[in-house]
Ligand binder design. Sequence first.
Ligand SMILES: [Zn+2]
Length: 194
Amino acid sequence: MTRKKISFPVPSFFYSFDTNAPFVQCTMCNGELQQFSKYFIEKVFKQNRVLNKSEIVYEYAICESCVSSMTSEISNESKVAITQLYEDYSENFLRKLDYLHRTEKYTIDSWIERCSLTGKEVRLCNEYAVNAIIEDGRIVYEHTPIVISDDFVLKIQEVLSKETKDTFNNYRDKITDGSPSVEDLIFSPTPGIY
Ligand SMILES: [Zn+2]
């Protein structure tokens, strides 16, 4: 039983860093996002230990149709392994979701303090990713927004097949224009994939 709350407006946290406004185009196909009933956002942060704050490393918005083509490129072996990994951590994940919905904490801060799977606080992560789903210009609080810590991304990496890793790396390079400053970062795919 997953509850769902759709909220307007989209929190500025999920705005494009460059424009400080909601995303307009799909990062992959450049299609107008508003022609899709649903799209996905991922933002990847790095912790600046000196300033003690999170800094954006890269971000993208992706339309439904690009998400399905990405999904189709994941090997079956990797899909099974990812599903199993999420199941292994589902107790923590579901308990958190239950709490957030039961107490109606429909403000973004409550959802992004900790890794949704491991419970690790984001301030303790060297890197972490935040994913959200936007539906008809509103933010969806359901099983997302979701936070994936560096620890959990490493676990995902461990179970992926070589082909799927290569696919993800290609997508990451496309999103970041192959910028060398992010080549060491691990790409964690959007929740739409699972
Ligand atoms: Zn697209």
